[in-house]
Design a binder for this molecule. Sequence first.
Ligand code: NAD
Length: 303
Amino acid sequence: MAEIIDGNAIADEIKAEIVAETEKLKAKGLAPGIATLLVGDDFGSKMYRGQVEKNCESVGFNYIEKTLPAETTEEEVIQIVKELNEDPAVSGILPLRPYPEHISDSAVIRNIREDKDIDCFHPANMGRLLLGEPTLAPATPSACIELLDRVGVEFEGAEIVVVGHSNIVGKPVAMLALNRNATISVTHIFTSQAGNLEKHTTGADILIVAAGKAGLITPDQVKDGAVVIDVGINRVKVLDDEGNPVLNDKGKPKTKTVGDVDFDAVKDKAKAITPVPGGVGAVTNMMLLKNALTAAKMQAGMD
Ligand code: NAD
């Protein structure tokens, strides 16, 4: 049976480190702060905004909310970004996407000051990541690396297989691991469609899965003794022993959050595995705060 990597406990450790460092900075008159930038009222973005606000409060950061109506023009949004760039209370800017269609994500992102880009959306920061130069690496990929570090996994020479090649998770986590001298394979939907997914995943010492597909990774796709990091977040129906949906008090199907890995089956084969929830997500929240702290120090010429 695998070690269950406790993301909540690791997140608490990181939080305590952030709180301690924030207190020291505040004693020097420096308070880190995160500004979220939402345009419109996307439900998922509003949920995330609430979480960022709560996380900021929990470590003593400033939180600045910018929520603009859906009809705001791209020019007006960029003007707000420029104001946040100049605001000393804001050390990090987090654009909450998706934006309405008339606003180009890329135009907004390219106007964020590179040293306030705390989730590494700016192409210049992604370039630094690729080159292995210091940068504010994106929160979720950093959380994967942090989890592996904190359970003592060695990167050098390890065979790491990433499932998923998105710009926000798959590609950057592969680059972060490559910068640590692991051997990297990046697989994706076309790998699966070509029937080659298992060929790659069964060779992985460390398997990082970020596909957004519940039950994608089953035990036959995992090498004995592998370390499995499950990034996926999926809402699925709760089923009874006969495979029928379990209903809640209102007669609606009950749902639960699961990852991309068949956790119950894979945990008997892996050496260590992250659960969902309670794995990568909890640490991701802390990595974003850690980036804002680093950004505040950089802006004050302390790093
Ligand atoms: P995305 O939709 O942008 O990318 C999905 C990737 O998975 C693509 O590269 C696609 O080719 C690949 N993929 C899809 N189906 C596949 C299959 N059958 N076989 C192999 N590859 C397949 O998603 P994303 O934004 O990278 O997020 C991935 C998952 O991670 C989602 O479930 C998302 O909710 C979750 N996520 C979690 C966190 C966190 O903090 N825990 C943060 C971001 C995203």
